[in-house]
Design a protein around this ligand. Structure first.
Ligand code: PNW
Length: 541
């Protein structure tokens, strides 16, 4: 790699770190101060849509407790906080000709002022999945191109009213989830799917790709507007944040090596189609072949607006999948995922949700892959872990969240190594999440918080992981961030070869097989040495 910074055990002094949340997952107060309905309000109340049958009406009550939550952030010593704005608090009916709700504007304005007063940089997501219900009723939400103008109008109001104080904007959170989970698998609002046992309407073979296309266009036109009308005077930066987990080949076979690349092409390269269009100019070839006419195309004018629209790479990542060729699941690029290695061992520690295991080597590999492929500064906007069965543990036991501490130990070490050894330009790290909260289709069963929330009293309790992360960043980020600047231009994107998965079992802490501390240390060192070696080879560093 061309960038070879001096090796140090510190992150840059302007590195942003903190916690992330999203409006619908924490705010509650769904009818307060003129808020309009979002499509999650009623969807969560439908029988069978959330694991515990609970909804977002109260959540962590952060609409009322926002000052306490900001004080909690201060106690953790963060220098930044990522939150999202609920579109239907700003424009209750959502559309460009609908009235603006001053009470909603005031609430976010107070939140932003409260952060700045505490020396915390706001990092703001415009759309974290809570579409105004009225826009779905009016024209089908993201299925219609109408939404592009409505979204851009909403973004404009946010830039006008908050952009004097907000310098970091994210247009969308994880568009793949909106398109695939909302319009393909039917597990997130609006719950559309071809599966008629799940939904009376929807077409999983076409709708996710239409939705993805409109999400990209809405993002791109909002970025264009920001750059043309606000960027210079407000001196901020804007981008999109995409979900993408590392994909490694299950074994050395050529078809499984290809499968891992296909998984990345669909889950990341296309993550709901956005990454390659935005950063490289078009959908990956594999996507085009797989979907044929079902994949919408950009007009030349749209293409010009989409390409280069994101000024940085916003990255939400949680895990690593081992990939095998096969299956017919287009949403995974016709690739099968597993956490079980050929020798029967598990890749890492299992989380409460089936899709998540801890594998820090994969996180480091992904940071390298993305930086090499897209050549943009990376803002890690979400990364976190849900401890198995935490929801049924007594408080004391839940607070001693060993598996989550291990997760953050591994991933903070990976960040440091990626910055200082691999030369990856990483500018932020936000742990998901500040609080246990409404985990979408999982209801309140799956807890991602570094702070425990007792939902009966709404009392907050820092878990051991919050203490670990706080201490780690205190030691590794030396001073407060400098005044905010947009990222500098970077190199040309490139094709990247994938690394291979190491064939070794992760250290285990289970009561039945607990290696000694010394063995664990040695194993860890050996794994990291081998990992560094292979990553160096595949990246040519
Ligand atoms: C992200 N998956 O969602 C979201 O941005 C958060 O709102 C959410 O709470 C967090 O991760 C934890 O889940 C995801 O099925 C939802 O792989 C689902 C998946 C991944 C991320």
């Amino acid at each position: 790699m061309s960038v070879q910074p001096a090796q140090t055990d510190k992150l840059p002094s302007d590195f942003l770190w903190g916690f992330a949340t999203a409006s619908f997952q924490i705010e509650g107060s769904t009818t307060a101060d003129g808020r309009g309905k979002s499509w999650w309000d009623d969807f969560a109340k439908l029988p069978g849509k959330t694991l515990d049958g609970r909804d977002g009406d109260v959540a962590t009550d952060s609409y009322n407790r926002w000052e306490d939550d900001l004080d909690l952030l201060v106690s953790y010593g963060v220098n930044s906080y990522r939150f999202s704005i609920a579109w239907s608090r700003i424009i209750p009916l959502g559309g460009r000709n609908d009235p603006v709700n001053e009470a909603g504007i005031q609430w976010y304005s107070n939140l932003i002022d409260g952060l700045l007063k505490r020396g915390i940089t706001p990092f703001v997501t415009l759309y974290h999945w809570d579409l105004p219900q009225a826009l779905y009723d009016r024209y089908g939400g993201w299925l219609s191109r109408e939404i592009i103008e409505d979204y851009v109008n909403y973004a404009k109001i946010c830039f006008e009213r908050f952009g004097d104080r907000v310098k970091f904007w994210l247009t969308h959170n994880e568009p793949w989830c909106v398109s695939v989970l909302g319009h393909g698998r039917g597990v997130f609002a609006p719950g559309r799917s071809s599966d008629r046992t799940r939904s009376p309407e929807g077409d999983s073979s076409t709708e996710p790709w239409i939705v993805g296309h409109n999400l990209i266009l809405a993002h791109a036109y909002a970025c264009k507007l920001y750059r043309e009308q606000f960027k210079e005077s407000q001196d901020g930066t804007i981008g999109i944040t995409l979900n993408g987990d590392m994909a490694l080949p299950y074994d050395d076979s050529p078809e499984n090596i290809a499968a891992a690349q296909h998984a990345l092409d669909v889950a990341i390269g296309a993550t709901c189609l956005s990454q390659d269009p935005i950063y490289l100019g078009d959908y990956p070839e594999y996507m085009k072949d797989m979907l044929g006419d079902r994949l919408p195309r950009f007009t030349p004018e749209e293409h010009a607006v989409v390409l280069g629209s994101s000024e940085f790479y916003g990255m939400n990542t949680y895990t690593t999948n081992l990939c095998k060729a096969g299956g017919d699941d287009e949403f995974q690029g016709k690739v099968e995922y597993t956490f079980t290695r050929p020798d029967g061992t598990q890749l890492g520690t299992q989380a409460h949700c089936a899709w998540l295991q801890d594998y820090p080597e994969g996180f480091r590999a992904l940071l390298n892959y993305l930086y090499k492929r897209y050549s943009k500064p990376i803002y890690v906007t979400e990364n976190g872990f849900a401890v198995k069965d935490e929801n049924v543990m007594p408080l004391e036991q839940a607070l001693a969240d060993h598996d989550r501490v291990q997760y953050f130990k591994g991933n903070t070490a990976a960040i440091l190594a990626a910055v200082n050894e691999d030369g990856v330009d990483i500018r932020s790290y936000f742990a998901w999440s500040l609080l246990d909260n409404f985990e979408w289709a999982d209801g309140y069963v799956t807890r991602f918080g570094l702070t425990y929330v007792d939902y009966d009293t709404q009392k907050r309790y820092p878990k051991d992981s919050a203490k670990f992360v706080t201490q780690w960043f205190k030691e590794h980020v030396t001073s407060a961030p400098e005044p905010l600047k947009a990222p500098e231009p970077t190199k040309e994107p490139q094709h990247v070869e994938l690394p291979k998965a190491d064939g070794e079992a992760a250290p285990t802490d289970s009561a039945t097989s607990s290696p000694t501390v010394e063995t664990k240390k040695k194993t860890k060192r050996a794994r990291f040495a081998r990992f560094t070696a292979y990553i160096s080879t595949f990246l040519g560093i």
